[in-house]
Structure formats: C-alpha cells, structure tokens
Design a protein. Structure first.
Length: 94
C-alpha cells in the first residue's frame, strides 16, 4: 500500500466511517484508473478473445466497452441497464 493510498483510506474512515474503505481501496475515486480497473475485472473473470458474455446493470457502460475491446470481433458483450441515462449512454458508446 502506498503512502497516498494509506492517507486516502484514513481520510475516508475519519470523514465518512468505515463503509467507504473498501470502495476507496479499490480505486473508485480515481477516474484515470478506470481502464486499469476494467482490465483487472476482465482478467479476474477470464474474459478473452472470442468470449460471449453479459453485463447486467451496466450503468454507463464503462466496463462493457473495456470487455468489448477484450473479446474483439469474434466475441460478444450483451449489456443491460434499466435507467434511461444508462441506456442512453450505452447506445451512444455502442
């Protein structure tokens, strides 16, 4: 754990309680790490070229787009979302 991450965790605990510790530790507050997080999730899920998969509750499609790049033209990513904003974002990115 880096010093910066340690300070971030302590600040989150002090300001908001323990509920956000895991969220902050995952790096969700660092927008420039979004692609790295999506790649890490794809690695953990075993997503590779040619995979057919679904993401339920895709939100704005951040992970769906990373997964689509990973599976390539031989694979398929089905993304579902129920909020109008999420559906619009997915349609725009597709």
């Amino acid at each position: 754990m880096t010093l910066f991450r340690g300070i971030t965790l302590l600040t989150a605990v002090a300001a908001l309680g323990g509920g956000l510790v895991i969220y902050a530790a995952f790096g969700a507050f660092l927008p420039w790490r979004e692609n790295a997080e999506a790649d890490r999730a794809a690695d953990l899920a075993g997503i590779r070229t040619g995979t057919v998969m679904a993401e339920v509750g895709a939100g704005q499609g951040r992970f769906s787009m990373a997964f689509a790049r990973r599976v390539g033209p031989a694979g398929r990513v089905y993304a579902t979302e129920i909020t109008p904003q999420g559906v619009a974002a997915l349609a725009q990115r597709a």
